[in-house]
Design a protein around this ligand. Structure first.
Ligand SMILES: CC(C)(COP(=O)(O)OP(=O)(O)OC[C@H]1O[C@@H](n2cnc3c(N)ncnc32)[C@H](O)[C@@H]1OP(=O)(O)O)[C@@H](O)C(=O)NCCC(=O)NCCS
Length: 197
């Protein structure tokens, strides 16, 4: 996460900030929900494991951000969005994950904007040209959202009951993506004061 650790992305509905230790307690509370564990295919972690995970994400090259509708931070966290560079043999491929954890924040366009902002960041800053999302095959809201964002199904795992959707960013797709995110501003991030810079 070193590349984005001091960057904030300001959208219309969400502000994406890097994942710092200040965000861990709220995130940990969210992930106690069995529904969210199921929808995100996540295992419950102890608080200590969650802090260790946050530290490891901070050190690696992936991009993990918190999506929130506005300051102050911890009180208005809505979810998270991550971009993982999963294929060492293909540096142009990113796997995207998104979770709008607060039920009251769903269905208001936050997930869509957070994903668009991450895709745009991936294309313009990381040189990514292909994105994949792995989604539970019964997760209708998530499947529909990614399909609306031009992702197409490329694989189904009956074992994991999961589908893989892919977006290949051709020139027209890139143009579309940049138009969708032309309002996004990049600013320095000064939160996470307990983190050494
Ligand atoms: C799936 C999720 C990310 C969608 O984010 P969101 O902010 O709620 O969705 P948006 O408001 O941006 O909606 C975008 C599109 O998604 C689809 N969608 C969203 N909620 C939906 C619902 N409850 N039922 C069916 N489709 C839905 C619609 O197509 C919608 O477009 P529309 O508003 O023009 O109809 C969010 O609901 C979520 O995180 N849920 C819980 C965890 C999860 O499932 N994460 C994904 C794991 S792969």
């Amino acid at each position: 996460m070193r590349l984005n650790q001091n960057i904030l992305l300001l959208g219309k509905k969400v502000v994406l900030v890097p994942y710092t230790s200040e965000h861990v307690p709220r995130y940990h509370e969210w992930m106690k929900s069995e529904e969210l564990q199921r929808l995100t295919a996540s295992e419950p972690l102890t608080l200590e494991q969650e802090y260790a995970m946050q530290r490891s994400w901070r050190e690696d090259v992936d991009n993990k951000w918190r999506a929130q509708p506005g300051p102050p931070e911890e009180s208005c966290m809505a979810g998270d969005v991550n971009l993982f560079l999963t294929d060492r043999g293909d540096p142009t491929l990113g796997e995207i994950e998104v979770m709008i954890a607060e039920p009251s924040c769903r269905g208001r366009g936050l997930g869509t904007e957070a994903v668009l902002m991450m895709l745009s960041y991936g294309v313009t800053k990381l040189g990514l040209t292909t994105f994949e999302a792995k989604i539970g095959q019964d997760n209708e809201p998530s499947l529909r959202m990614f399909q609306k964002l031009h992702f197409e199904q490329v694989a189904v795992s009956s074992v994991f009951r999961e589908v893989t959707l892919r977006l290949t960013v051709s020139q027209p797709q890139r143009q579309w993506l940049l138009e969708q995110t032309s309002h996004v501003q990049e600013q320095p991030y000064r939160g996470g004061t307990s983190e050494p810079l």
